[in-house]
Design a protein around this ligand. Structure first.
Ligand code: NAD
Length: 708
């Protein structure tokens, strides 16, 4: 047995088989070093007369996670992945990929270019490139349809979702039950191939049976994904690649893939989606703690208030197998809250998402109480009572009395000062904000709010706990509305003002929908209830008194009881049992009258102005938030907006969007509207100092470093 190795790829001769092993921790990314290592070791094996067959495998949990995305920005460094795959596919000795763990992107393409593939039944493989705004660019779109069939390949390439190996019998020559069986199996398989004198079998030479890919397959597929792919550039290009695989010879199909890959790679969408990929991961890297910071155990949780939020929050923990004690003041409220949770779970069971045993198991983890003493042993308690400071302070005073030392005391407040809440306790270092979004059991975002005295281990525990309950946590500081709601205020205010200036709500909504949000501001307002915004304004009249136009139409609607979808009437009208908004000329008339009273001349407003007026003040507020350190980095704001507010991921979030279109252009537009809109412009379009600074320096938000 002889052995050779480079740092990340090594080879070993086992009888007459060269076993080439990748070990580029943590995920076997196909970095330049791995690609070079593969070329080197495969070439040597081909030249070595003692080698009759080659096995490619991994020493890590993953076979390979795919391309090293951090190399994308550096441009291509030779050898390219297609060059590696060319060498493998054209090898004159059989190459067997032992897909010993998950294989994604380039990792799967490597296996597809090998002559044979061996794996285990539950292994997962996929081509997730579409999620980065691109497509598999190393032959994946041409080889997967040849092996898996065009329909399955379409689904995997266009949705980016992984598939279990056992659903891909065309792709794998041998599928064993358990990963432990792989090693022995592959040696037997190699021996059999050699004994039979099987020649290398090139995937590129396989012919797709056209009957499997009639025209209507593609037409129907396009129709089926139209909604989820709306606005995205890459999915359609993925489909075109699979069409090419079906209709063109391999070499031409490969050329088409290369062409469309470059097209995708050069789009703002690819930049945005790749930015977002890193943004999401970076959100959990927090300067407040490091590896040495301890983490507190969260084995039991208390939730105060079994209303809309409390119920959803409790469900997250029950779903993760963590017991919860829910506290209400009255038994009726408790019964009602638990009843809503049960119905929620039962609905999921009806849809087949849960079994009835799951429902019972989760309900068994949820216990109700009206006694604070029952919270004596919880490790974390989350308060979700009415949004009133005195009520919250009373709750925290009680919690301070009954909770054990070291318990984390959290509030789900949307707007109140977490410092003031912490101040009523004897342990402000244990107090933190955990701002869930509604519906709390569904929305992935969690703003973790650090108060002045919150301890680093409390922050670290909260960030880790978020992962346990499958949330994406972003650490933010204390201010009114934190990051998300503070910025959305600017967005809603401008939408309302545009209506006064003559834009119709349905036109504004359409522009924002076309920008890529799931719905426009007026549809969203009606769904949330216009009364919610009204109550917030009631508490802030002194801050908005200088602007008599501030959301006046929304105020009039609420005064008339038109509070939105729940009463069938808000900015729009709704037919019973139907959530489709119907434009209402009466609302446009109200806007007209209010505009007249305020001396605002109504006019035609362009789509571009709508986008700029609604999104630039939101970005401007983001700049202030960044400058104040309420968000640590601009990418954190992007994560909040994509996960909490439906900002289109293909634009990367508001700050990435600003970076893409140019911070200076946002700045110039702010100045333009400040001049054009008179007193209103002066009040709301003053550029944030950081926006001005970055614009002057020609920098992006991404380049911003605090203290520079
Ligand atoms: P809700 O009215 O649906 O529920 C509040 C619950 O708290 C009620 O069941 C009430 O009986 C109970 N309660 C009130 N005082 C109590 C006390 N002293 N002790 C125990 N229980 C008490 O309200 P919600 O929408 O669930 O909001 C709760 C909190 O979550 C608020 O702070 C709100 O700002 C915040 N929040 C709400 C949303 C949202 O979209 N609804 C989103 C994020 C955060």
């Amino acid at each position: 047995m002889s052995e050779q190795s480079s740092s990340v790829v090594s080879s070993q001769l086992q009888q007459n088989v060269a076993v080439i092993t990748m070990s580029n921790a943590p995920v076997n990314a196909l970095s330049t070093a791995v690609r070079k290592g593969l070329i080197e070791h495969v070439s040597q094996a081909l030249e070595n007369d003692a080698v009759d067959a080659i096995v490619l495998t991994s020493s890590l949990a993953l076979f390979s996670g795919g391309a090293d995305i951090s190399e994308f920005s550096k441009g291509l460094v030779e050898p390219s992945l297609p060059a590696v795959l060319d060498l493998i596919e054209n090898a004159n000795k059989p190459v067997i990929a032992v897909v010993s763990g998950p294989a994604f992107g380039g990792g799967l393409e490597l296996a597809l270019a090998s002559h044979y593939r061996v794996t285990f039944a539950d292994n997962k493989v996929g081509l997730p490139e579409v999620n980065l705004g691109i497509l598999p660019g190393a032959g994946g779109t041409q080889r997967l349809p040849r092996l898996a069939g065009p329909a399955k390949a379409l689904d995997m390439i266009v949705t980016g979702k992984p598939a279990k190996a056992k659903t891909l019998p065309g792709v794998f020559d041998v599928i064993v039950d358990k990963p432990e069986e792989l090693q022995a199996t592959v040696m037997t398989f190699a021996g059999e191939l050699l004994a039979k004198g099987e020649a290398p079998r090139k995937t590129s030479e396989l012919v797709i049976d056209k009957a499997q890919a009639p025209e209507q397959l593609f037409a129907e597929f396009r129709k089926g994904i139209a909604k989820q792919a709306r606005g995205f550039y890459a999915p359609e290009r993925c489909i075109q690649c699979v069409e090419a695989a079906v209709n063109l010879p391999f070499e031409q199909g490969l050329a088409k893939e290369g062409e469309l890959f470059m097209e995708c790679m050069n789009t703002p969408q690819a930049r945005a989606q790749q930015h977002f990929f890193f943004a999401e991961r970076a959100a959990s890297h927090v300067a407040d703690f490091d590896k040495s910071t301890p983490v507190r155990d969260i084995k039991k949780v208390g939730v105060i208030g079994a209303g809309t939020m409390g119920g959803g929050i409790a469900m997250n923990f029950a779903n993760a197998g963590i017991p919860v004690v829910m506290l209400e003041m009255k038994q009726e409220a408790l019964d009602k809250g638990l009843g809503v949770i049960r119905r929620n779970y039962e609905n999921s069971a009806k849809k087949g998402k849960l079994t009835s045993e799951d429902v019972e198991a989760r309900m068994a983890l949820l216990n109700g109480t009206t006694e604070y003493n029952d919270l004596a042993d919880v490790d974390l308690v989350i308060e979700a009572v009415f949004e009133k400071m005195d009520v919250k302070q009373a709750v925290f005073t009680k919690l301070d009395e009954v909770c054990k030392p070291g318990a984390i005391l959290a509030t789900n407040t949307s707007t109140l000062d977490v410092n003031e809440i912490a101040a009523v306790t004897s342990r402000p270092e244990d107090v933190i904000g955990l701002h869930f979004f509604s519906p709390a059991n569904v929305m992935k975002l969690l703003e973790v709010v650090k108060a002045d005295k919150t301890a680093p281990d409390v922050i670290k525990t909260a960030m880790q706990m978020a992962k346990t309950i499958r949330k994406v946590a972003v650490l933010v500081g204390v201010c009114f509305g934190f990051v998300g709601n503070r910025m959305i205020e600017a967005y809603s205010r401008e939408a309302n003002r545009l209506m006064l200036e003559g834009a119709k709500p349905e036109d504004i909504d359409k522009v924002i929908y076309d920008f890529g949000f799931p719905m426009g501001p007026f549809t969203m307002g009606d769904m949330a209830g216009l009364d919610i915004g009204y109550f917030v304004r009631e508490g802030r009249r002194e801050f908005i008194a200088h602007d008599p136009s501030y959301c006046v139409v929304a105020d009039r609607l609420v005064e008339q009881g038109r509070v939105g979808l729940k009463v069938g009437k808000g900015t729009y009208l709704y037919e019973q049992g139907n959530r489709t908004p119907i434009p209402d000329p009466e609302v446009i008339e109200i806007a007209k009258q209010e505009a007249q009273k305020l001396g605002i001349e109504q006019r035609e407003i362009s789509q571009q102005e709508i986008v700029e007026r609604i999104l630039y003040p939101l970005i401007n507020e983001g700049a202030k938030i960044l400058d104040e350190g309420i968000a640590a980095k601009s990418s954190d704001i992007d994560v909040i907006y994509v996960y909490g507010y439906g900002f289109p991921v293909y634009r990367g979030g508001p700050m990435q969007y600003a970076d893409e279109i140019g911070v200076n252009n946002v700045y110039e537009a702010m100045l333009k509207y400040r001049e054009q809109l008179g007193d209103y412009g002066k009040a709301w379009f003053e550029p944030a100092p950081l926006l001005a600074k970055l614009a002057e320096q020609g920098k992006s938000f991404k380049q911003f470093k605090r203290g520079e």
